[in-house]
Design a binder for this molecule. Structure first.
Ligand code: ARG
Length: 469
């Protein structure tokens, strides 16, 4: 069985080394089930246009179903790898011809690998976008579960900016914040699965459509597309869907890397806010006491790697004339590698989350370190009629004094500020729960508000879960 799908006009066989160089089989074998689905739909299009009769269609369909079974049980991959096929599409076509005899030769009527690749890739994108959406949802669900628990426990922590203590906040508020990017990631994935993959390229043939009367509508319907694509030339040159998937995947992993970084810092004894379970940690081969958050570090590193890979995929399209060019074969391997790597990363991140425990006592013991209620005190002065600038300066001086004396801010500081501003009695929160409870704006860390935020996020997660089911 020849591995080639062409050859009639050539006098010499292709160079083996160059065939190997040009093969994407190893990278695109993962597309096999989607290629079969695409081919089954092409049979529908052939039948709908009476290019093949019922008998031929039935033979082709049966052969494709047999290949699908071989793909599922793993025998197809072994079989395909034994021959130097250019790609998975050629390997499946060859296997169909083996199984269906001469009827197999009809499968490629009015079809080019150009529209076949574009369609198959879109089916893959749709599937992986849903999986990436589910993985993002799993991360968000895990984080928001922790948020709910910490809300009930009223856990507090020093919120930071620039990694410096800023203002006390509920841990639940921080966790709700961490969950948000993953709801957005899931949303992006849903859009990729729907909007980026709604028009079927199948039937575009090589670039110009076909003289054979393919029923493109029937094929589009069989594959759950909204309609056939509008322009054949654009259809075989378009790689938007796979780039949209790559973008959504990379963004989700970048989001994961940011939360991972915070957890890595928090798990160091200097913070001691978090304990990552043994299941997600590793030891040192030399230092017996070590517990390292390797899983999280790898999540962090994958983000950088994927950003590079995404730039590579996008770069492949730079200056590429808008038709099929062989360069586009690379976008398949690039898109697949990004999606598979991102999925593995998101799924690992979701697993790691299941092992996380928060050290609430340690967090609450340090929530006031760094004078985190200073802003509330300045706010109290402003509420009594002192301008923001003046209040900032006065409280800053009080903080400097307290720092010199190695003590927290206290009632005496409030009394001093009251005297300085002519206020009879200045009341302001001096502990973390009071500071948190005093917040008045919606979206704040105030407990009632955080309760609403969590409920709203949970509703949204339920909607997203429904959309992905
Ligand atoms: N192996 C190529 C790919 O996967 C298919 C090439 C089809 N078209 C062509 N004119 N050579 O993209």
């Amino acid at each position: 069985m020849t591995s080639l799908q062409w050859g009639g006009r050539f006098a010499n066989a292709p160079d083996d080394e160059l065939l190997r160089f040009g093969s994407s089989l190893d990278e695109d074998l993962v597309l096999a089930p989607f290629d079969v689905a695409c081919s089954l739909a092409h049979v529908e299009a052939l039948l709908g246009g009476s290019v093949v009769d019922d008998a031929k269609a039935a033979t082709l369909t049966a052969a494709l179903r047999a290949v699908a079974a071989e793909i599922a049980d793993g025998t197809f991959a072994t079989h395909a790898r034994a021959t130097p096929f250019e790609d998975v599409h050629g390997a499946i076509d060859a296997r169909v011809r083996e199984l269906a005899g001469s009827t197999g030769d009809w499968l490629h009527a009015a079809r080019s690998r150009n529209d076949q690749v574009a369609t198959t890739l879109m089916l893959y994108v749709r599937d992986r976008a849903k999986r990436a959406g589910k993985a993002s949802l799993a991360v968000a669900t895990s984080i928001i579960g922790h948020a709910r628990e910490e809300l009930e426990r009223k856990s507090v922590v020093a919120g930071t900016t620039h990694r410096q203590p800023a203002q006390p906040v509920l841990l639940a508020f921080v966790l709700a914040a961490w969950s948000e990017p993953f709801t957005r990631a899931a949303q992006r994935c849903i859009l990729v699965a729907s909007d980026s993959c709604c028009f079927s390229p199948l039937g575009s043939a090589a670039l110009a459509g076909s003289t054979l009367p393919l029923d493109r509508n029937r094929a589009a319907k069989a594959l759950d597309f909204v309609a056939p694509s509008r322009n054949a030339l654009d259809s075989i040159s378009n790689r938007d869907a796979v780039l949209d998937l790559a973008h959504a995947c990379v963004r989700a992993v970048v989001d994961a890397s940011r939360v991972a970084e915070e957890l890595i810092a928090w798990s160091a004894p200097a913070y001691g806010y978090v304990r990552l379970g043994d299941e997600a940690s590793t030891g040192s081969s030399l230092m017996p006491q070590k517990r390292n958050p390797d899983t999280l570090e790898l999540v962090r590193a994958r983000a950088a790697k994927l950003v590079g890979a995404y730039a590579g995929a996008l770069g492949t399209l730079c200056g590429l004339a808008p038709s099929y060019q062989r360069d586009l074969q690379e976008t398949k391997a690039q898109g697949i590698a990004i999606a598979e790597d991102a999925l593995a990363t998101l799924e690992a991140f979701a697993r790691a989350w299941k092992t996380i425990a928060f050290a609430r006592d340690r967090m609450s013991a340090t929530a006031l370190d760094g004078y985190t209620v200073a802003t509330d005190i300045a706010d109290a002065l402003i509420a009594h009629g002192t301008s923001a600038r003046v209040a900032h300066g006065l409280v800053g001086a009080v903080v400097a004094q307290a720092e010199l004396e190695h003590r927290p801010l206290g009632a005496a500081d409030l009394a001093r500020l009251a005297r300085q501003t002519g206020v009879e009695k200045l009341q302001a929160p001096l502990d973390a729960p009071a500071s948190i409870a005093a917040k008045r704006t919606c979206g704040s860390t105030a407990p009632g508000d955080v309760r609403n935020q969590i409920a709203s996020i949970e509703d949204e997660l339920a909607r997203l879960r429904e959309a992905l089911s």
